[in-house]
Design a protein around this ligand. Structure first.
Ligand code: NAP
Length: 243
């Protein structure tokens, strides 16, 4: 039976590549977007040219009522959710002392609350089916901390905590929960980095290059197929950070 996946933040970058990879495997994908409607439509068109049909669905995943509608849509149409990829995220580059309560709320709600609430909404169906795979796209900064990205680092460390605790609680229901912690990946999120800075980073990276969204999508592909890995934070960073 065809599997069903929801990928949050699939209009661009890493989420878009994950959505394509899963759809090309024959998985029914509900690709969520928030602001980038044109980009989401272009994803649907791109796959349509390969005779692959996906759903694109607008929802701000920092808001419970919009999450509920996204999950309801999926369950009404496909009757189940096998795979949840909590990928939607934002980052900010700011001195800690300049951060405001509004910054905290926005980043924590978009990156961490979204993973909490999305998981809560899909888990009853997964428990009912005794089957599920949840993947949280966290970050190397959640593992080692990033200067000038303190709230972001907190949000990603929180995701990894969610992964570990949920994996224990849901293992008996055959639901696996893992994090993928990417290092630097070439997407719009990193548009602020100059080529010079990226070259320096390459030199610090044992595998000698900056990551691509496909590097993360390949790890998702593997985790989706696997059935004995849970509660893990898998670093995909070319060896840039080795803990
Ligand atoms: P990106 O290119 O900026 O894309 C971010 C995606 O998140 C977009 O599709 C965006 O959708 C979506 N999004 C943002 N806020 C949302 C909301 N409230 N509701 C729904 N969707 C929302 O970023 P990326 O580099 O692909 O990052 C994807 C994930 O990987 C993030 O969680 C990020 O923290 C993590 N990560 C990235 C890197 C990296 O180096 N790139 C490293 C470590 C971790 P719209 O445009 O439609 O609003």
């Amino acid at each position: 039976m065809q599997k069903v996946a929801i990928v949050t933040g699939a209009s661009r970058g890493i989420g878009r590549e994950i959505a394509k990879t899963l759809a090309r495997k024959g998985i029914k994908v509900v690709a969520n977007y928030c602001k980038s409607e044109e980009s989401a439509k272009s994803l649907k068109d791109e796959l349509q040219k390969e005779n692959i049909s996906i759903d694109i669905k607008k929802a701000d995943v920092s808001k419970r009522e919009e999450i509920k509608k996204l999950v309801e849509h999926t369950l009404e149409k496909y009757k189940k959710v096998d795979i949840l990829i909590n990928n939607a995220g934002i980052s900010e580059y700011k001195l800690f002392t300049d951060e405001t309560d509004e910054d905290w709320e926005k980043i924590i709600n978009t990156n961490l609350y979204s993973a909490f609430a999305m998981s809560q909404e899909v888990i009853p169906n997964m428990i009912h089916n005794k089957n599920g795979c949840i993947i949280n796209i966290s970050s190397a900064w959640g593992v080692v901390g990033g200067s000038l990205e303190v709230i972001y680092s907190v949000s990603k460390a929180g995701m990894d905590g969610l992964t570990k605790a949920l994996a224990k609680e849901l293992g008996p229901s055959n639901i696996r929960v893992n994090s993928i912690a990417p290092g630097m990946i070439r997407t719009e999120m990193n548009a602020k980095w100059t080529e010079e800075e990226l070259n320096e980073l390459k030199e610090e990276t044992p595998l000698g290059r900056i990551g691509l969204p496909l590097d993360i999508a390949k790890c998702v592909d593997w985790l989706v197929e696997d059935n004995f890995t849970t509660g893990q934070v898998i670093s995909v960073n070319g060896g840039w950070i080795i803990t």
